[in-house]
Design a protein around this ligand. Sequence first.
Ligand SMILES: *Cc1c(COP(=O)(O)O)cnc(C)c1O
Length: 396
Amino acid sequence: MKIYVDNAATTKMSRTAIDAMMPYMDEIYGNPSSLHSVGQSANEAITSARERMAACLGCDAREIIFTSGGSEADNHAITSAARIGERLGKKHIISTAFEHHAVLHTLNRLEKEGFEITLLDVHENGLVTPQQVSDAIREDTCLVTVMFANNEIGTIQPIEEIGAVCRDKGVLFHTDAVQAVGHLHIDVNKQNIDMLSLSAHKFHGPKGVGALYAKRGIRLTNLIEGGAQEQGRRAGTENIPAIMGMVAALEEACNHIDENAKAVSALRDRLISGLSEIPHGVLNGDAVHRLPGNVNFCFEGIEGESLLLLLDDKGVYASSGSACTSGSLDPSHVLLAIGRPHEIAHGSLRLTLSEGTTAEEVDYVIGAVKEVVEYLRGMSPVWRDLVSGKNKFVTA
Ligand SMILES: *Cc1c(COP(=O)(O)O)cnc(C)c1O
């Protein structure tokens, strides 16, 4: 068995995406800025790609900037909003404690520049409320940035309502929707979103390409200086093969969004109910307001790292949380943000499914996790102290 359940880290490219890229690595290789017809065919491709993406998000093609991925889009959106705020004397930004590092580290940089950052607490269920946002907004707030869906625990935030609060108070609203796009319905106008980040490799497109949606009228600050590509907002010759693959993957995902969500969330719930049979474990994040493919548990008395290695031996490719923090021994900032104590945050397991996951695979994963957890607890001094009553269990 080889079962890939780490789709929040990255997905396998779809055949549709690969096929859409091929011509642009072969006969249609022109530079879209060239005036001759080889360049112009490339330019036409990119123009139509932009329109097709805009149709999926409910915006205008001119509001799309192609980027190198989700991280760049997050940096671009937040830096731009900060510069706009600065010019108006507004240097306060609101976000949440469980954002992706692309957001948190950008905010850290701005804080060093003199911005004041409010990170909202996340409730134990992995949600923030529109009321929290409303309460935090001040006269000098220039930006609210709240992720659409969390990459570790999969919780889906009340984006439309948060957007409404921001619109009401005249504050720019950005959302890191990297985990949501291709998996949940997006309509930037209906959802009151001013800026949105997305990344192709989270919905079966290629890596190293993404986009920023920025509502017309928002003045963007260039992160990369150079040529006049992307209407002067992002220099560098466009990565056309990747852009074409991204848009093909996005259309495919958006055309099947309801059926995919239904099938994948049924498997997710099967996995959650199987893993709930393991004693002294806890599901992280709300069971309902949750991405179709996300399962995240903490198991007491074990180390996430050893769990992952033994699962790998059994052909199950999972994660302990975010791929970006693995390799560091600190527990996940997301699990700490929802109030999980250090001792159980270390024993976390994230399993993220895709449209290709089967019920047989889910059942195999349940069996494998049960076996490995039992095995590790059998050798764990931490577990022994819990069972003997020397230390107290945190979970039921
Ligand atoms: C993956 C991810 C990113 C980063 O996207 P890249 O394209 O890998 O730079 C940002 N935010 C979230 C929520 C993600 O899951």
